[in-house]
Design a protein around this ligand. Structure first.
Ligand SMILES: [Ca+2]
Length: 254
């Protein structure tokens, strides 16, 4: 390379004669959109497999206020007339706070809507987190027709923990399937969460295949409807941190 070429190359590298370039942002600031998109897709894929295998439906929220609307939409489009059993299976880790608050605010109207559509209804509530949290799953309410207890169980939901981004979704569904479902009554789970399922715990029998098979084994015929919660700022922060940690370990996320 001649002297002029060297000078040009040096100037290109150093941005000679122009404003000083800011240093390249660290990888963690470049990676998030891809990491977040990939993680959301993992969750959407899992949600879709759960609903497809059980003749349920999958919908996505874009904001917390969407969630009560989507619950009523699932009632209207997927609950038949007549008696129904419905169990809400809810991710109660930290990032779900504003979404659960929106359901709490509208729960009275949600139940009134259900009562009008399906006067013979029972509702249960199961919360799930992850293996290092205060609880893995917790039955907040066994199936009951007492609307006051249903509303109280939803109001009692609190969020915290979660640790890594994935949560033990399949454990939550497994617990819900153990509820005292009425045979020969239309049976439905409404799953609400924003994180993909853990399917990487060694020797854990609560897998996608196991829970969907059990949901469809008589006397159960439980339709799993899923409400995917939008990845919010808390979600994005965790994903960025996990991406940085994975990058440091030299492996790929998710
Ligand atoms: Ca977790």
């Amino acid at each position: 390379m001649n002297t002029r070429a060297l000078l040009v190359a040096s100037c290109l590298l150093a941005a000679c004669g122009g404003p000083v370039r800011a240093p390249a942002p660290p990888l963690a600031l470049v990676a998030p959109p891809v990491v977040i998109d990939a993680s959301i897709q993992v969750r959407v894929d899992a949600w879709t497999r759960l609903s497809t295998a059980t003749e349920g439906t999958t919908v996505e929220s874009q904001a917390p206020e969407d969630v009560p609307v989507l619950i009523r939409q699932i009632f209207d489009e997927h609950l038949p007339e007549g008696p129904v059993d419905v169990v809400f299976v809810v991710d109660t880790t930290g990032s779900m706070g504003d979404d659960i608050d929106a359901v709490k605010r509208d729960m009275r109207e949600i139940l009134a809507h259900l009562r009008k559509r399906n006067p013979d209804h029972r509702v249960g509530v199961v919360a799930y987190r992850d293996i290092f949290d205060e609880y893995l799953t917790r039955t907040m309410l066994s199936l009951t027709d007492d609307d006051r207890r249903i509303q109280a169980a939803i109001s009692a939901l609190t969020v915290t923990g979660g640790d890594d981004w994935r949560e033990h979704v399949y454990a939550g569904i497994h617990t819900a399937l153990g509820q005292p479902w009425r045979p020969r009554v239309s049976q439905h789970i409404i799953l609400m969460g924003d994180a993909p399922p853990h399917d990487d715990y060694a020797n854990d029998p609560r897998t996608l295949d196991a829970v969907t098979a059990r949901a469809q084994t008589a006397p159960l015929h439980v339709h799993i409807h899923t409400i995917g919660i939008r990845c919010d700022a808390t979600c994005e922060k965790v994903l960025v941190e996990e991406a940085a940690a994975a990058e440091a370990r030299g492996r790929v996320v998710p």
